[in-house]
Design a protein around this ligand. Structure first.
Ligand SMILES: Cc1ncc(COP(=O)(O)O)c(C=O)c1O
Length: 429
């Protein structure tokens, strides 16, 4: 740790000797948030999916309160939670044309991906493939690298084309007898474009390997995008070779954090998720379908409630708002000389870059004006939420002003392309 880091590090805190007054405690909690990003104002473009629905927020808060203490670890003690989990997974399976009873909830996209890779490894080992390989595109989410690292699986990353979608010819060359699973993203995070799932899944089926679609971002949005008449290539269980899908309810499903669904085409995939203790422990039978032991109940109940509260009608309305906001922003960005959207996005996630200006300096000028895009090597990253409809015109004005400032000589503050970074220090990951 450098001296500068040490200076920023908070002073050590000791264990409280006496309990605190509720009001004082809450006041302290709120005061402590002074330097958090103000996502409610719609000036943040990542991390929070803001549906702009006070009624939904109230409902989710009430649902959480209902389940503050319960533990989803034991489905026999709290069968209501097992039912909610099963119903939630089945509702999403129905939306994505998958079979019922072949999936469950996890704490988020990363955990769904970890478990999908675990299941694939299990099957590979059973088939005598002791050194299995996972093949992904370069744009696959880092959760796959993390899963491979934790599970001792090798990851091979293949190139993407100029459109940022997996290059299927390169993918084909990368597959061999060690391949256990290929991954397609719907869409990928950096550019918001969908990989050619039909071709990838056909290739996987031909070679007898699994095909996982990472729809953590798009799983709860793409079905409604399609109903809006937007061009959405087939990507879900309607594609024959797709064997599993991850879809996050805490993203465009608009529940609070801690909820993703992992679905399998074959119910055997879900059975393989279940790990059981060998009985030597002495505490009785112990089994779980995810790495966690104790599992918080609110995210399960919240995910169920968000799907039921919004229903297809509600999700379609929100998708329409998002689509219109995206189109307005894309048109507006096109009018600003010197910057461009680097790839026409399939959804409401895109990158803005520049061939002539220092895009990092544009980002700094935006931050200075109180707008917080993410940064990545090719430019600025934007993930839209329905709430951005309200601020889109203001944002375009701010973006044009930021570009003008850079044209006028404003230079970069030296921010690094750190995921989630908002300012020069790149500290807020
Ligand atoms: C495409 C994609 N996959 C997986 C993940 C991981 O999800 P989580 O952050 O919920 O673990 C993300 C997160 O943004 C994502 O965009």
């Amino acid at each position: 740790m450098t001296e500068a880091d040490e200076a920023q590090w908070p002073a050590p805190v000791t264990f409280p000797q006496r309990g605190a007054d509720k009001e004082a405690l809450l006041a302290e909690l709120v005061a402590n948030r002074h330097d958090d990003a103000d996502w409610r104002a719609g000036r943040v473009f990542s991390l929070v999916y803001h549906p702009d629905s006070p009624e939904l927020e109230e409902t989710l808060a009430a649902v959480s309160r209902e389940y503050l203490a319960e533990n989803a670890l034991n489905p026999f003690r709290f069968p209501s939670l097992a039912r909610l989990e099963r119903e939630t997974a089945d509702m999403v399976a129905d939306l994505l044309h998958g079979p019922p009873g072949a999936g469950g909830l996890t704490s988020g996209g990363t955990e769904s991906i970890l478990v999908a890779v675990y299941v694939a490894r299990d099957l590979a080992r059973e088939r005598g493939n002791s050194e299995p390989v996972l093949v992904t595109g370069l744009t696959a989410h880092p959760a796959f690298a993390k899963a491979c690292h934790l599970l001792g699986v090798e990851q091979v990353r293949v190139a993407v084309g100029p459109d940022h979608r997996i290059d299927v010819a390169q993918l084909s060359q990368a597959l061999d007898e060690r391949t256990m699973m290929v991954v397609a993203s719907a869409p990928n995070y950096p550019f918001g474009v969908i990989d050619p799932v039909e071709q990838i899944a056909a290739l996987a089926a031909e070679r007898g390997v699994l095909c996982h679609v990472d729809a953590c971002l798009g799983g709860l949005l793409l079905p409604f995008w399609e109903r809006l008449g937007e061009p959405v290539p087939l990507w879900d269980f309607r594609v024959p070779g797709v064997t599993s899908i991850s879809a996050d309810i805490h993203k465009y499903g608009y529940s609070f954090k801690g909820a993703s669904v992992l679905l399998h085409r074959d119910p055997d995939g879900y059975r393989r998720q279940w790990w059981f203790d060998d009985g030597a422990w002495g505490g009785g039978i112990y089994g779980s379908p995810t790495p966690a032991g104790t599992r918080p109940a609110p995210p399960i109940a919240g995910a169920w409630a968000a799907l039921r509260f919004l229903g297809a009608d509600g999700y379609l309305d929100l998708a329409r708002v998002l689509r219109d906001t995206r189109d307005l922003l894309l048109r507006g960005i096109e009018q600003i000389d010197g910057i461009r959207v680097t790839a026409q996005p399939d959804l409401s996630i895109f990158e803005v870059g520049s061939d002539e200006l220092d895009i990092s300096a544009v980002g700094d000028a935006l931050v200075e004006a109180g707008w917080y895009p993410d940064r990545q090597p090719g430019g600025l990253h934007f993930m839209l939420s329905p709430f951005h409809a309200k601020v889109a015109p203001d944002f375009l004005t701010a973006l044009a002003a930021a570009v003008a400032a850079v044209r006028g000589g404003r230079t970069s503050d030296g921010a690094t392309a750190t995921y989630g970074s908002t300012g020069p220090s790149g500290a807020q990951a």
